[in-house]
Design a protein around this ligand. Structure first.
Ligand SMILES: NC(=O)c1ccc[n+]([C@@H]2O[C@H](COP(=O)([O-])OP(=O)(O)OC[C@H]3O[C@@H](n4cnc5c(N)ncnc54)[C@H](O)[C@@H]3O)[C@@H](O)[C@H]2O)c1
Length: 443
């Protein structure tokens, strides 16, 4: 039976390498569609949890995973030799930055070398990890070529960026169009056919480089627009204008404007990192991508801006940051998720502690955070008495399941970086990007 027929009949054996925020939901989607799916990870605990039907990704319903594991459609392994039995394999390994801020594609290289030892006729390989334009052809293809098999004939290679938005209830893998570009036309066609089994719309582009660049455009666009609204927030403070009111009113324009909101800075595995992949690649081509660098400069300065706002607010209350006790509300990088990677909350926490504040945190999704190899344990619940003991409460992530009315009633001073209290006139609440906060307090 041809690979095409096996895909159409949902008999193709699918492997997913890397069972994190991207890989596990993808594995679930293929298993739900009826494919036999094998998740492959080097993390033994993740593999054991999946095989026990235990979910660890908030966006996945616990019973969905359990049902798929019980039915035999989904299982996980650390045994890389399973790749010899696969028809298609998607690579969803991390792509962080190195210590000096350059792309670290070592996880991709490791995964490719693992595949290369087990590559066989009719294997469809799809790279999903975000990376710089050229990776699929220059790094992945050039390594696989050494197998002696011919791409587009013996095996198939594509790049298809993952667009998952953790915590987003409206847009899931199924109803978010999937972009794919193969090394040859036959690669693109087979890759598109595979994803058509699980997503409503597949968008094909002419090359892996175009597909790689699509992802970087999307995330660079977000980084730059967040940088813009963060700077607008700073400008509004100086102008004595409420940035949140301005953004909401601007967003009533039915065309030509898309709403972005300011905050304490960028976080997550994608928006702070992906533009740096593009920036690095462009520097190798002697081109300086100015927008990317400017947005990074503004966004990375936001935690310090928040720290200064806290210090100014305490000052009005006759207190210094040094010695004050502060509760941070929300450590995750965005609402309703449990991910602290690159979270600006960690930067704000470090800045406050460095200035001498005694800082604690509460996040309904996160029990502990690790900073400089030291574990910090947060509050397990928000209590009236404990809220009253802090000199300031700083809201950094606006999780939906927090009792903000209790916080408003009990806290002595609140610094709200997420507009939890819109159009607020309560003197003890200082909102980010709202002019004359401090002046009004001191009047
Ligand atoms: N998290 C997101 O929201 C998101 C969205 C779109 C794209 N992406 C991109 O997807 C990729 C994966 O991100 P993630 O958030 O899922 O990462 P993650 O850290 O949550 O998961 C990666 C997994 O890969 C495993 N792994 C590492 N090396 C391996 C190897 N050699 N063999 C098998 N498994 C291995 C790790 O153990 C881990 O479980 C990254 O390139 C990221 O930029 C992430």
């Amino acid at each position: 039976m041809s690979l095409k027929t096996r895909i159409e009949n949902k008999q193709a054996q699918i492997g997913i390498i890397g069972l994190g925020y991207v890989g596990l939901p993808l594995a679930i989607e293929f298993a739900k569609a009826g494919f036999p799916v094998i998740g492959i990870d080097i993390d033994e605990s993740k593999v054991a949890r999946i095989n026990a039907g235990e979910n660890y990704i908030p966006d996945i319903a616990d019973d969905t995973l359990q049902t798929l594991v019980n039915s035999g459609n989904l299982r996980a392994t650390t045994d890389m030799d399973i790749i010899s039995d696969l028809d298609a394999v998607a690579i969803c390994v991390p792509t962080p930055l190195s210590k000096v801020g350059d792309p670290d594609i070592s996880y991709i290289i490791t995964a490719i070398d693992i595949i290369n030892k087990r590559i066989h006729k009719d294997l469809l390989i799809i790279l999903e990890s975000t990376t710089y334009p050229g990776t699929t052809k220059e790094i992945v293809f050039s390594r696989l070529e050494k197998s002696g098999l011919t791409v587009g004939k013996d095996y198939y290679l594509c790049f298809s960026p993952e667009r998952i938005d953790p915590g987003n209830k409206k847009y899931t893998i199924a109803n978010t169009p999937k972009v794919i570009g193969g090394v040859t036309v036959a690669c693109t066609q087979l890759g598109a056919l595979l994803y058509e089994q699980i997503v409503d719309e597949v968008v094909t582009v002419s090359s892996p480089e175009a597909a790689e660049m699509v992802k970087l455009l999307e995330n660079t666009y977000r980084s730059i627009n967040i940088g813009l609204v963060n700077e607008v927030a700073i400008m509004c403070e100086k102008l004595g204008v409420d940035v949140w009111e301005v953004i909401d009113a601007a967003a009533t324009k039915p065309y030509g404007f898309m709403k972005f909101t300011p905050g304490p800075g960028l976080g997550g595995h994608c928006i702070p990192i992906d533009p740096q992949y593009l920036s690095w690649k462009m520097r190798t081509l002697d081109y300086n991508p100015r927008f990317i660098d400017l947005a990074a400069e503004i966004n990375s300065a936001m935690p310090a801006f928040v720290k200064d706002t806290v210090a100014d607010a305490l000052n009005v209350h006759g207190k210094t940051l040094n010695g004050s006790s502060i509760l941070i509300l929300g450590a995750a990088y965005k609402k309703d998720i449990d991910d602290v990677r690159e979270s600006p909350a960690l930067d704000v926490l470090i800045l406050l502690e460095t200035a001498g504040a005694i800082v604690n945190f509460f996040d309904p999704y996160i029990a502990n955070i690790v900073i400089d190899n030291k574990t910090k344990t947060g509050l397990t619940e928000l209590k009236t008495e404990s809220l009253q003991t802090y000199d300031a409460v700083v809201i950094l992530t606006d999780h939906s399941n927090v009792d903000y009315e209790l916080v408003r009633k009990q806290a002595v001073l609140i610094i709200d970086t997420r507009n939890v209290y819109p159009l607020n006139h309560d003197e003890k609440i200082i909102r980010l990007g709202v002019g004359k906060n401090i002046e009004r307090l001191s009047e």
